[in-house]
Structure formats: C-alpha cells, structure tokens
Design a protein around this ligand. Structure first.
Ligand code: S3P
Length: 427
C-alpha cells in the first residue's frame, strides 16, 4: 500500500482525538487476562499491535471481546491461562513479545512465540536471560535471543536484576514474572523508562515499591479486575504536534492526551525549540495524567537531545528529526543507540528516508545530527514496514515542495489506523 501526501497550503487547523495509548492498551488487556474478574477497557487502541495481544491471550484461554475501542476481558486469575494449542503470533509487537514472556515464565506449560520479519531481528535475550535466571526454560534461535521462541514456565524465584538498558519492556517482563515467583523481585534501570506497568499494577491492587531507579514486587500477588480508561497516545499525538509546529498557519488541538512524565520528552523538546505549545485541562485517569494540547506554528531553534530525556521520547525521534529539519541551526541527538533495535534500525531508516527529501541529516553511532532549516522536496520514500517511519515521512510530506509518496504505508495501522483521515480532517 502507498499513500501520496501533498503539500498543505492553508495550514492544519482543528481538533482531533488521537487513538488510545499503545503501551497502556497492551497492559490493560494483559493485566485483565491475569486478574480475577471482568476488566472493561475504554479508549483501547484497536491497532494491529494491540490486536495481536488480544489474539495471543485468547489463544491462552482467556475470553476477550473487542469492539472498536471497547474491550471486555474475563480474567480467571493466573491459573486461568492454559497451554495454547496454537503458536502465539505477536505480529510486529515487541511489547506483546516481551511482556507476555514475563507472564508465561511462571505458567507451568509450554508455548511457542513467533512474530513477523521485524520481530525476528529484535533482541529478546534482554528478557529471556533474566527469565531463565528466575527458573523459566526458554529456547530459540541464537540461544534464545531471537524468535521463534519456546517457553516452558514453572517454579520461579525472585531476582535483583540490573538492566543495562532503560527499557519498560524489560522492566515489565521481569516484574510480571516476579508477581508469581518466590520472594522479592527487583529491577534497576540506568534511566527511568515509562512507568505504566507500575501505575497500572497498583490500580489492579498490586503492591509495587519504588526507590529511585529500583522497582520491586513481592511474589504471590493476585490482580483484581478494573475498569480502565485509556488516554490518547502522546506518541501518536507527536506527529500532529510536529505538524502543528512546522506547517505554516496551523493551530491544532489534541484532546485527551496522556502526559505521564516518563513520556513527555517531546513536549520538553518542542518547548525548548521555541514551539507555541500549551497544556490545558490537566487531569488524571486511572493514575495516569492527561491533558489537552494546543500547538500552533512558530519559528524553531535547533537543540541538543541526550541523556535522561532519551527514554522519555525514544519513539518520537523519527518525527523529531522531521521537526529539526525546520529548525534554525543544528539539532544533535545522542545516547539513542536503542533506536537500532526498534521496529527498524531507526537511525538508518530516518536518515536514509529524510535524505531522499533533501534533508541535511547524518547518522552517528548513537543518534543523528540534523541541520536546518531546509526546504524539503517531494520524492518516493519507504516506511520499511515501520509505522513511525511511515507517519514521520507523511508529516514531512505536508511541508515538502511536490508530493511525497510513502510506500509500504500499511504499517501505520500498527499504532494509528486512522492517521491519514486525521490529516485530512485538519486541512
Ligand atoms: C514500550 C516500551 C518502549 C517503546 C515501545 C513500547 C512499552 O520499548 O519503545 O514502543 O510499551 O513498554 P523499550 O522497552 O524497548 O524501550
């Protein structure tokens, strides 16, 4: 599938409600599946990734009904999960793979986990090694680093795990295993990664302790079903925040966006670059902060992005690169080597595709350097099967002279099925 994006001439104006948060949607289904009782979810993201999570947990014996953004999960506790007769297919979803492995690590049965060509390249030993240390039996290609993986859970013991990477998927996987392991499990990370697991486990009645960068849970804990309202995904809103900032004569209101501080690096960067961005109506749902965001066009300055902020905006870097092409001066992104193990190697894909549009951008070992402002030119680019690359290129298309054709744009349905409809609504 291809999408042709034309230059926007009259600005992007209006109000949109971005789809539900992907991280929170996955967790709501998974935690509902292991909880006792019926969990109801509102504002669920019906994107391909979260539908993969539903499919896997249905194959694990959980009754789940989904209709649009409403989901009902009939949890029967941890022991409600049963040995699947079919292979668990995670599609393109790293979150499904890593969090589900943590849940399966303590279940006394065998499962096989497989995903698409992108998943087959992504490192899983960051979770399979600690889960093995806890007592799970896991095998797979490259000694259990790559899918297909087979896992037989069983009697597991808590560990104190120090992760080399700031990864919410690693942290969550180990904590989930810890909930059904003997003793206490703790995870320490180098920088704080998104903390939706900690917040939502608490909402499901679990005791979670945090001390600095260490989170711990005691074994033997059960979850109690909840009603979860999922806020809009700031990672999806990011495309329109950037569009609003760089497309001349724009003003976009993004309603009901999750503004958990572990996710708001994009807001900090936009403000540092000089964007006209306001947070309105700040409130809280299910322990998650939410706000309406208002962005309008402005002059922008390049900036440096590194250190602690990186995990707070890691998924937004493709569209931040587009933003930087329109800012005055250099934008330098460092400490972002994790980009290499996302849905694609996002240092390579961002740099190669933006170069096709005439951007001044160079890859570095741990990030990229972008110089602006540059008038982008139309061309044919490719998402490489990566939803965020596809959307970032479409936003670049809104300001390029001449059309930008995004090849392989079907991947966008992973996190934002109605993305192009929303662009058109704002024209
Ligand atoms: C996610 C964590 C992040 C993020 C991904 C979603 C999650 O990955 O990039 O899109 O839901 O926990 P890492 O844990 O690999 O950093």
């Amino acid at each position: 599938m291809n999408n042709k994006v034309e230059k926007v001439t009259g600005g992007l104006n209006g109000t949109i409600k971005v789809p539900g948060d992907k991280s929170i949607s996955h967790r709501a289904v998974m935690f509902g599946a292991i909880a006792n009782g019926t969990t109801t979810i509102e504002g669920f993201l019906p994107g391909d990734d979260c539908l993969s999570t539903i499919d896997c947990f249905q194959k694990l014996g959980v009754q789940i009904e989904a209709s649009g953004d409403k989901v009902k999960v009939d949890g029967k506790g941890w022991s409600g999960l049963v040995e699947p007769t079919e292979i668990l297919d995670v599609g393109n979803s790293g979150t499904t793979t890593r969090l589900m492995l943590g849940i399966l690590a303590t279940r006394p049965f065998h499962s096989v986990v497989i995903g698409d060509a992108s998943i087959a390249k992504r490192p899983m030993s960051r979770v399979t090694e600690p889960l093995r240390q806890m007592g799970a039996t896991i095998d797979g290609r490259n000694n259990g680093d790559l899918t297909p993986l087979s896992i037989r859970g069983g009697h597991t013991s808590g560990i104190d795990f120090t992760s080399k990477v700031a990864s919410a998927q690693v942290k969550s996987s180990i904590l989930l295993a810890g909930l059904q392991s003997e003793g206490v499990t703790s995870v320490t990370e180098p920088h704080l990664s998104r903390d939706h697991t900690e917040r939502m486990l608490q909402a499901f009645g679990v005791d979670v302790q945090r001390e600095g960068l260490t989170v711990s849970v005691k074994g033997g804990q059960e979850l109690t079903s909840q009603h979860i309202v999922v806020p809009g995904d700031i990672s999806s809103a990011a495309f329109f925040l950037v569009a609003g900032a760089i497309v001349p004569s724009s003003r976009i209101v993004l309603e009901n966006v999750g503004v958990n501080p572990t996710r708001t690096g994009i807001i900090d960067v936009l403000q540092q670059m000089g964007a006209n961005l306001e947070l309105m109506n700040e409130r809280e749902t299910n322990g998650e902060p939410v706000a309406d965001l208002v962005i309008s066009t402005s002059e922008l300055q390049g900036c440096e992005i590194d250190g602690d902020i990186i995990p707070r905006l890691i998924d937004e870097i493709p569209v931040i690169a587009v933003l930087a092409t329109q800012a005055q001066g250099k934008t330098v992104i460092r400490d972002a080597e994790e980009l290499k193990v996302k849905e694609t190697n996002r240092i390579d894909t961002v740099v190669s595709e933006l170069k096709k549009l005439g951007a001044k951008i160079e890859a570095t070992d741990d990030g990229m350097i972008i110089e602006g402002p540059v008038q982008l030119q139309g061309n044919t680019v490719n998402s490489h099967g990566d939803h965020r690359i596809g959307m970032a290129m479409a936003i670049a298309g809104c300001i390029a002279n001449g059309n930008v054709t995004v090849e392989n744009s079907g991947a966008i349905a992973v996190s934002y099925p109605n993305f192009f409809e929303h662009i058109n609504n704002l024209k």
